[in-house]
Write a protein that binds this ligand. Structure first.
Ligand code: AMP
Length: 398
């Protein structure tokens, strides 16, 4: 992808314009109210910038999975109230995202005000990337701003096709993601280490293969490590193991060797007798047949942390153990803390979305201590896997 060919919102003339912005307001609701407004707050810089430039800001978003049907429990109406509370300007809610009603609300809103369109996914055409539907959406703006990083990996009408009908650019939130997940990882300060954990090897093979072309060091932990250790001939007891992926794990290790990538794997473990929140953790260098490894051990923590501290770029995705159980969260916290230390020493630290972010939440670890914590789960994975992101490719050379 040619990131430099994508315009930024600050590069285009948007003054006094009607601006159509795709946002990720897929927020949790409780008792008809927004329960967590983080995703709305994340768009603040772009929305305020547009309001300061006297734009009429038309926001479009999805909520949940109504699968192309109108389902009142997935209405964005409660989100409109929260948007108004946060941005302090009139917010007009359009009860449909296309058609005469939506057109009327958009046309009657003034510059310096916001319109929020009803859930895009009430229409089946949205997820089909339907051109006619995209054209109707495009009528709501003179310029399109992509600010929904969480959905850039989807080829939907509001993320992809819409860009055919309008000049387009990316907002500040997407810019930061592109800056770190795109530019920093493609052209990293070296040494560059990736720390990959999580449960499923199958989910991570593509990620590992793509990273091997870029990193100097590959650190593997989490449940997936046991398939790699088994591939090296170690007994892993009752630990998570995907027999069908042993061959692919071997190929990853061979590729690392061929490319001169240093690979680190756990050398000790925190073992449990059973998979349970209350299971005691036993430190050990080996895994007996009746035990399972639910976290990396203290020697591994040190091994990984020492390596991280020698690196200038560190990317982390996936927990080192079953962090949901307090006795098996320490390995993941050790990675987070080593990355914070490295950041203080000038390294760039990037956390992919999904469960690594949940580790930070669970451990009450300050996200600001890292260079970047991605806001997208699936989107950030696909970004680092090197896949095309339809929500961004649509904006190249526009
Ligand atoms: P993933 O969705 O593949 O990134 O995996 C995240 C999940 O991996 C978390 O829910 C962790 O509890 C789980 N996990 C991490 N390490 C282990 C382990 N050693 N054994 C079992 N599950 C693990």
């Amino acid at each position: 992808m040619n990131f430099d060919s994508i315009k930024r919102v600050q590069d285009v003339d948007i003054k006094n314009k009607k601006v159509l912005v795709r946002v990720d307001y897929n927020v949790p609701l409780k008792d008809g109210k927004v329960d967590n407004n983080k995703r709305i707050v994340a768009t603040e810089k772009t929305v305020k910038y547009l309001l300061d430039n006297n734009c009429r800001v038309v926001l479009m978003a999805h909520l949940g999975r109504p699968k192309g049907k109108v389902m009142p429990e997935f209405s964005l109406a409660p989100v409109a109230q929260e948007v108004q509370r946060l941005f302090g300007v009139p917010v007009h809610f359009a009860k449909d995202c296309v058609g005469p009603q939506a057109d009327k609300v958009v046309e009657s809103a003034k510059n310096g005000e916001i319109v929020l369109l009803e859930n895009l996914r009430f229409h089946p055409e949205e997820e089909k990337n339907d051109a006619e539907f995209a054209k109707q959406l495009a009528k709501h703006g003179e310029i399109f701003v992509q600010e929904a990083f969480g959905t850039v990996h989807r080829a939907h009408a509001s993320t992809n096709a819409v860009a055919q009908y309008l000049p387009g650019c990316i907002g500040y939130l997407v810019q930061k993601e592109v800056e770190f997940l795109g530019k920093a990882l493609n052209n990293p300060a070296r040494p560059f280490a990736a720390v990959i954990g999580g449960a499923k090897v199958s989910d991570k093979i593509m990620l590992l293969n793509n990273l091997l072309d870029k990193v100097n060091v590959l650190i593997i932990g989490g449940g997936m490590a046991y398939t790699f250790l088994k591939a090296k001939g170690m007994e892993v007891g009752k630990s998570l193991l995907d027999e069908s992926k042993i061959e692919e794990a071997k190929q990853v290790m061979d590729k690392a060797q061929a490319k001169g990538v240093k690979m680190l794997m756990p050398v000790d473990f925190r073992l449990a007798k059973e998979f349970s929140e209350t299971a005691e953790a036993t430190d050990s260098d080996t895994i007996p047949a009746d035990m399972e490894a639910l976290d990396i051990g203290p020697k591994t923590e040190k091994l990984f942390a020492d390596e991280i501290l020698t690196c200038k770029t560190i990317f982390w995705n996936g927990p080192m153990g079953v962090f949901e159980f307090p006795n098996f969260a320490k390995g993941s916290y050790a990675i987070a803390n080593a990355m914070i230390e490295a950041t203080k020493n000038g390294a760039i630290s990037i956390i992919g979305g999904g469960d690594s972010v949940n580790v930070l939440k669970k451990g009450k670890i300050d996200q600001k201590a890292f260079s970047h914590v991605s806001t997208g789960g699936g989107a950030s994975m696909e970004f680092v896997e090197g896949k095309e992101l339809p929500g961004l490719t649509a904006l190249e050379n526009k």
